[in-house]
Design a binder for this molecule. Structure first.
Ligand SMILES: [Zn+2]
Length: 233
């Protein structure tokens, strides 16, 4: 069922079963819509669902209950937005996108980018992990980079550790320093969480080595350690 998804092999038989159940539910419940002439196939559904459900293997509840629709474009798509322009009338600006996640709304993905998450599982980039991390973050009604945590000690540690890591990335980005985490994470704390999630699942060894405390926070939130495919800590 999972084809080339390497991380599945590291899971225990029990977790593989759990993943299968989550993926089957996700494929069934979500309304899949092709855009830009794309015909959505079973391979596409299973691929996106498997990557998305990897994030919630260690979590309880219906984490993706607000994901009713997934739109798939063949490749990068462009989107027009009205942006303020130096005191004058707002101007239309087009930007190219790999994906986006809407609060209580759909997830939009470039299939080409989503597929690369499977063919390059350890380059630190994964649009599906990125957009679904946004969905987990938004579950409490705020896209602020702090997902729902258990207990005040967990929030305190998150704000202290993740906040410091975010500020460090902002500083490094300003100074043009080389960083493991994508500098896109310096955009705001929500993007930081999404970018850190990509690294956590794609290059856990490097993230642990360079950002040990951040790694610990992500392990506790996701309730899994991707290094050994261990779920439920
Ligand atoms: Zn993002």
């Amino acid at each position: 069922m999972f084809g080339r998804l390497d991380f599945v092999k590291a899971l225990s038989p029990e977790m593989r079963m759990r993943l299968q159940g989550l993926v089957a539910g996700f494929v069934r419940e979500v309304n899949w819509e092709g855009r830009g002439g794309l015909q959505v196939t079973d391979e596409m559904r299973v691929s996106v669902a498997t990557q998305a459900c990897r994030l919630i293997l260690g979590l309880d509840g219906e984490q993706y209950r607000w994901v009713r629709t997934v739109y798939l474009f063949p490749s990068t798509y462009s989107k027009a937005e009205m942006v303020a322009s130096g005191g004058g009338a707002p101007e239309e600006k087009r930007s190219h996108r790999y994906g986006e996640a809407w609060m209580r709304g759909p997830v939009v993905l470039s299939w080409n980018a989503a597929r690369q998450g499977v063919s390059n599982p350890d380059d630190g980039r994964n649009v599906v992990y990125h957009e679904f991390a946004h969905k987990l973050d938004m579950l409490d009604g705020f896209a602020d980079g702090t997902p729902s945590l258990k207990g005040s000690a967990a929030y305190e540690a998150w704000v202290r550790i993740v906040g410091a890591e975010y500020r460090e990335l902002v500083q490094d980005a300003e100074r043009g320093k080389k960083t493991l985490l994508s500098k896109y994470g310096a955009t705001n704390t929500a993007e930081f969480f999404a970018v850190a999630t990509e690294e956590f699942f794609e290059r856990p060894d490097r993230l642990l080595k360079r950002h040990k405390d951040l790694y610990g926070c992500l392990c506790r939130f996701y309730n899994q350690d991707p290094r050994q495919g261990r779920v439920g800590l």
